[in-house]
Ligand binder design. Structure first.
Ligand code: HEC
Ligand code: HEC
Ligand code: HEC
Ligand code: HEC
Length: 153
């Protein structure tokens, strides 16, 4: 054998190892990647069905308004009128489909208001925001503001 191929054994071993690696990759890929992957581009087709099967936790404002007309009336004309009920009350689909079976609690005005109104440079300057250390005398926001109609007078 010419000296040029003296060390070919090393090359063959490496080649076999590389090939084995490639085969293992495709076998694992075949086992682990779901069949419906790629059906709609880089997505798993069945994800749509999976999501559809999950129960909805939000009922949507329209559902709330059908039963709670008194709250609709209270919010009318105020700047909270456009804020979704469940933004403050949390997801209430269970309550909306059976009000007697799932009676919701009331949001805690000590914490819920500041989720949106805590002074923060990241918020648009025009958005009403307060620093609770120098606003409200340490009382609960709802001592002075009505949550459904927050402007005082
Ligand atoms: C099908 C009619 C219906 C729908 C839809 C509905 N509610 Fe109610 N809700 C009721 C009734 C009836 C009660 C009173 C339950 C009780 O006293 O046992 C109630 C009670 C409540 C209470 C507690 C009131 C209290 O006095 O503490 C809150 C808060 C509330 N609903 C918010 C909502 C929100 C927010 C939505 C929309 C996601 C909603 N409701 C959808 C009928 C409805
Ligand atoms: C900005 C936050 C916020 C939004 C938006 C909001 N609520 Fe409320 N809601 C509250 C808070 C806080 C209370 C508790 C008030 C209390 O403890 O007296 C409350 C109380 C209630 C109650 C108990 C009875 C009453 O009138 O106090 C009902 C019913 C209710 N909300 C329904 C609704 C419905 C329906 C909507 C949408 C049409 C809605 N809320 C939108 C914050 C909100
Ligand atoms: C989910 C977000 C959100 C929550 C929670 C929230 N607000 Fe608001 N609030 C708003 C928006 C949006 C506006 C209107 C801003 C605008 O018109 O530029 C507003 C406006 C206001 C205003 C100005 C009213 C006026 O007419 O000048 C006050 C006061 C206020 N909120 C108080 C409260 C209080 C008190 C709570 C707690 C019970 C609360 N907010 C909870 C979103 C929220
Ligand atoms: C002692 C009464 C009192 C308490 C408690 C209180 N506020 Fe106010 N707040 C006022 C008054 C008065 C105004 C000015 C009149 C108005 O805009 O309604 C005001 C105005 C606001 C405004 C509008 C600011 C603007 O730039 O337009 C927001 C937002 C607000 N309050 C949020 C809150 C939040 C959140 C809490 C709870 C941490 C709270 N307030 C507690 C009395 C109070």
């Amino acid at each position: 054998m010419s000296s040029r191929f003296k060390d070919q054994e090393h090359l063959i071993r490496m080649g076999v190892l590389l090939l084995a690696g490639i085969i293992v990759f495709f076998v694992l890929r075949g086992v682990m990647v779901p069949r419906d992957f790629g059906e709609y581009g880089h997505y798993r087709g069945g994800a749509l069905e999976d999501n559809r099967a999950r129960p909805a936790v939000y009922a949507g404002r329209k559902a709330c308004e059908e039963c709670h007309e008194e709250v609709v009336a209270a919010r009318k004309g105020g700047r909270h009128a456009a804020v979704g009920c469940e933004a403050c009350h949390g997801p209430l689909a269970k309550h909306a489909s059976d009000p007697a079976a799932a009676k919701p609690g009331r949001p805690d005005a000590k914490t819920i208001c500041l989720v949106c109104h805590l002074e923060n440079v990241a918020r648009p300057a025009k958005f009403p925001q307060v620093n609770p250390l120098d606003h409200g005398e340490g009382k609960a926001c709802s001592d002075c503001h009505k949550p459904h109609q927050p402007k005082i007078s």
